[in-house]
Design a protein around this ligand. Sequence first.
Ligand code: KG4
Ligand code: ZN
Length: 336
Amino acid sequence: MLILGIESSCDETAASVSENGTTILSSVISTQIEEHKKYGGVVPEIASRRHSENILGVVKEALEKSGKTLDDMDAIAVTYAPGLIGALLVGVNFAKGLAMATGKPLIPVHHIAGHIASNYIAHPELEPPYLCLVASGGHSHIIEVLSHTEFRVVGKTRDDAAGECFDKCARALGFPYPGGVHIDRASASGNPETYPLPVPRVAGSEYDFSFSGLKTAVINMVHNASQKGTDIIAEDMAASVQKTISEILVSRTIAAAKDLGYRKIVLAGGVSANSGVRSTLSAACEKNKFELFMPPLSLCGDNGAMIACQGYFNYKAGITADVSLNAVATMPIDKL
Ligand code: KG4
Ligand code: ZN
């Protein structure tokens, strides 16, 4: 089954053709990072405009590179939630237009389910049920993946997402947007013990996260140092931030896995590219004899292949939409 997957929830316009979900025939990603960098973060209005300009070219290129035509597609999958509403609408309307014009099925895909599905591409042997840690720029969740299309959130952030925390700490240290990858690089030569950082807990919910206190602590330390005329060693602070975020994400995931009886752990989302998160989770899984699946770096960030892949599983489960499909900015993955 050939599926065209379309993604436009944030600052990447992406399209991909996949066969039976897990074989990628093409994957094209047009990123807007350079433009948003000037403003230190994603400007929603600019994101929508760029998606509108880019989507036709990106989809055409994905079809060309796959060696297939639109006619060959069996269905069209699109991210419809969650994300920036104006950005999502571009992909949703484009996909609806294609589905209407061709009479092909339209498949709605939840963005987080797409991130999780990137692991099926990389690890075709992976089967639910398992416990998944999803950490991205907008989300930090611990999710029970009961089947390819059924999810139960057991933990989530109460404030900032892990990626947002990486990005805001990076900004305080003078790194450009998106700063997560710069924290990752700088950490390699930093000492994580130089600047101890708080590990915020969420009262009454041991699997939930809170990252805003950590972000504020870093911003205050940088601010206080500059007021005193001293310097923060960026590499050391980056290493502290990375170690602290990694330990928070991993400790709660492992606790949830033990309590809920999962021995299979999966990582997903943009932050799964972080070397500290990967190594901390690998070590914890090895210690507890848990099986671990992580996406390759090429599938960690937003892409169309993960949407095409989840689209395949949605289609097999009978999840399709008609042209009344709308984009939704906020939608929990377990309330689909
Ligand atoms: O999944 P994604 O591409 O977009 C959302 O769905 O939000 O995630 C983007 C987030 C950004 O916050 C970015 O800084 C972070 O993932 N990120 C990283 C790394 N690569 C991307 N954070 C830490 N270390 C990295 N290597
Ligand atoms: Zn994403």
